[in-house]
Design a protein around this ligand. Sequence first.
Ligand SMILES: *[C@@H]1O[C@H](CO)[C@@H](O)[C@H](O)[C@H]1NC(C)=O
Ligand SMILES: *[C@@H]1O[C@H](CO)[C@@H](O)[C@H](O)[C@H]1NC(C)=O
Length: 347
Amino acid sequence: MSKITIFLIFVVFYKVINAANFATQCFLPTFHRGISNASPIAELWNVGPFDCLMYCIVNAGKTGDGCASVVYHRRFSTCQLYGHDGTFDGAKIVFATGHDYYNRTSYEGICQDRHTPSRGYAQRQKHPKVHGVKLQNGIALNSSSQKVSTPFNYPKAYYLYANEPKGECSRRQKLGYFVLKDFELTRTAPVAKVNGIDRFACLNYCAQNINAHGDFSRCVLISYDARTEECQLHDESAKEAALFTRIEPKEYTLVAEKFCFDKSLRCPAETHLRVIAGQEINDRPLHTFTHFETLNECTNACFEHPYCKAVVMQANTCTLYPTILSSNLELLRPASGRNTVVVDCKC
Ligand SMILES: *[C@@H]1O[C@H](CO)[C@@H](O)[C@H](O)[C@H]1NC(C)=O
Ligand SMILES: *[C@@H]1O[C@H](CO)[C@@H](O)[C@H](O)[C@H]1NC(C)=O
């Protein structure tokens, strides 16, 4: 590989990591919402949601106005940046399909403005200052930026994991589900709902990508409430930045998400893998991968390893274990990292 190629790969990799951090630490998204009756401080065209969030923090300040929220339009790949959260001076947050509203919830650490907006923010009392942060290629060099890894605390307890959204698998693959018991999906509008069925029937609608009328409806994950028997079918719009699944503890509810794995692997089709959020395994690991982006990459690596029975995924690190969780639950312990998940891969 040429030096240029390696450099480009590095730049793309760095950008993905950085953007994902912005998305999860600096903003609180609400899907299917837009802002009405307000003029934006900036508008971007032909961009992905990550670019907009990054621009809000890295570049918006240069124009003089601080960026406090972003509305992304999926269909047109455009976004608008606002100097307030959408509730200022007559502005309103409104329901709007195909739009995602991101409220900027942090202005510190990695979320700090790279250029202090000279006119400040429309809504905020204090104008946050950039404290002697030197910039080189947009990377903060000040030692205080060491703190950047402290995750922003959302008001509610939640967990986040990255999994590539799948509606169906290719002919060389089998379909499986990541199942999270006693968790619900962070509130977002489902694309379809079916009432009065059990969770297997609910998964059946999802597997076929159909709604209650039998019409096509792409299904990436379900959220099922055993008490009300409500089956919610979701596509990737339920995911943060179309990659991260955000879940919160809730009794009697369940989240199940599709993933694909190779047909030649030992587990049967429609395998359910139990996901345990916020825990890690206290056992001797078999192997560690440090560059995985999604949970399904990690479980696929486990399937390919002859002794692997469980995995732990924390940020981009995937660790394989020989541990049979069903008979060794005492080996689970609360994880230090906030978004650590264990997956029982025995099947
Ligand atoms: C946006 O986030 C800020 C900071 O967390 C909060 O004070 C404000 O109420 C939020 N606005 C909306 C509309 O959610
Ligand atoms: C880093 O920023 C802090 C304030 O956040 C400041 O007190 C400190 O002097 C800065 N350090 C350097 C090396 O610029």
